[in-house]
Design a binder for this molecule. Structure first.
Ligand SMILES: Nc1nc2c(c(=O)[nH]1)N[C@H]1C(S)=C(S)[C@@H](COP(=O)(O)OP(=O)(O)OC[C@H]3O[C@@H](n4cnc5c(N)ncnc54)[C@H](O)[C@@H]3O)O[C@H]1N2
Ligand code: MOO
Length: 397
């Protein structure tokens, strides 16, 4: 059995950053830019009025100064002439500043009668002008190593990008296996249970930028598994779920070997997740997750998300955060234990009483995994323990 760290290193070495593809701006949200892009234009493209008022030339006019109104400038409707001393152009927010104008006096500080406008109070020093390029100049670089969010999309739109180069979405096939499994909602015959973890895995990888393909549930026969593995050909990563252990009906490793998979490892000193296996099938990485729902979800959090981050070119997450325990935990056995826990308002973590790897209700309540290294001695309330955040699973930028 290899350690968690060894398994993670193997798994990361099985994938690499994917190629770029170009997508319309409207499809770029939550995608990763493949590299820096440059502003295609200057913003604002021209000096513009920031207020509704009168464009005039010269220093701030004193109260009582009168101007002759020679024209009008509105957003999208420039005034083509120029403004001479003593003249004013009626101007609205967003309009290009006319030639010769040095400032905008806001309309609250002026009064108008026909073609004359007179300053009624000190307009102060502000010019109320947005200079050309005040936001950014053509050629300004935009780079981001996190998924594009609303603010980035708005800026890239302003920079004039109708299409953007983004990292291709990894395609992940998810294959649940087992004669006992029925889809959610289907009636259960004796001995049958509802398949659950594949749906959770799909939600998790989709929240992190992958395209998930949930394959039809395979039966515990070589033919059914071979057929399902065949359906997955061409994806970046195949996740099988179940049938990974040592029982007579655990046929997945055999079926993958028969399909030509080069095994990389089988079994990891972790809990849950001992039967985890991995290999390469042509260009495709394959990870065999244990069938127990919590085992599959925990292994995906610990191993599949880092693989996904590598494929997307995202930085790997930092080291585990240490938090104080809110209750005592016993000494650990030989496998690294990822214990389901809840963060309390004071920042401490309460480890759940029941840690069986079939208990989805406990996992759903948890927001943290407390990491207990192999052979860790008992730890008491208040002791600092390394933790993994589970709420990241549903992050969506
Ligand atoms: N003699 C041994 N038995 C077991 C060992 C062992 O080392 N020696 N390991 C145990 C551990 S740890 C785990 S984890 C399980 C995992 O085994 P498999 O990957 O072969 O999983 P299955 O046997 O197919 O299923 C386990 C359990 O989970 C249920 N299941 C399976 N798929 C799903 C699904 N998609 N949705 C919901 N539930 C699912 C399945 O019905 C079983 O109850 O092996 C131990 N045994
Ligand atoms: O490793 Mo199993 O996943 O403990 O339940």
């Amino acid at each position: 059995m290899i350690s968690v760290a060894e398994a993670r290193a193997h798994l990361l070495s099985m994938v690499q950053r994917l190629d770029a593809e170009e997508v319309p701006l409207r499809e770029a949200a939550s995608r990763l830019l493949a590299g820096p892009v440059e502003a295609r234009q200057t913003q604002p493209p021209f000096a513009a009025s920031a207020m509704d008022g009168y464009a005039v030339s010269g220093p701030p006019p004193a109260p009582g100064t009168a101007f002759e109104i020679v024209g009008e400038a509105a957003a999208g409707h420039p005034y083509e002439g120029s403004v001479a001393p003593g003249q004013a152009v009626r101007i609205f927010t967003g309009a290009p500043l006319p030639k010769g104008a040095d400032r905008v006096v806001i309309q609250e500080d002026m009064t108008r009668e026909g073609d004359r406008a007179t300053v009624t109070q000190d307009p102060g020093p502000s010019t109320h002008i947005r200079p050309a390029g005040g936001d950014f100049a053509a050629g300004t670089e935009f780079a981001s190593d996190s998924p594009l969010g609303a603010r980035g999309i708005a800026l890239l739109a302003a920079m004039g990008h109708a299409r953007l180069p983004v990292i291709r979405r990894p395609v992940i096939a998810i294959l649940m296996t087992g004669d006992e499994l029925r889809p959610p909602g289907a009636a259960l015959d004796p001995g049958e249970i509802t398949a659950s973890n594949g749906y959770g895995l799909a939600a998790m990888v989709e929240a992190h930028g992958a395209e998930a393909r949930l394959l039809p549930i395979a039966r515990d026969t070589e033919e059914s598994l071979a057929q399902a593995i065949d359906l997955a050909q061409g994806v970046d990563l195949l996740l099988t779920v179940g049938g990974a252990s040592v029982g007579d009906h655990d046929l997945v490793a055999g079926a993958l070997a028969k399909a030509g998979m080069d095994p990389v490892f089988h079994r990891v000193a972790m809990r849950p997740g001992k039967p985890l296996m991995a290999g390469r099938l042509g260009e495709m990485a394959v990870v065999g997750l244990p069938g127990n729902p919590v085992s599959a979800m925990v292994c995906a959090r610990i191993f599949i998300l880092p693989m996904l981050h590598r494929m997307l070119g995202l930085p790997q997450e930092g080291p585990p955060v240490e938090r104080p325990l809110a209750n005592d935990v016993p000494a650990n056995g030989p496998r690294q234990h990822y214990m389901r826990a809840e963060r309390l308002p004071d920042g401490s973590v309460r480890v759940a009483d029941r840690q069986d790897s079939s208990l989805l209700s406990v996992l759903a309540r948890a927001d943290t995994l407390v990491i207990r290294p192999p052979h860790a001695p008992a730890a008491v309330t208040g002791a600092l323990v390394p933790t993994v955040n589970l709420s990241d699973e549903t992050r969506q930028s």
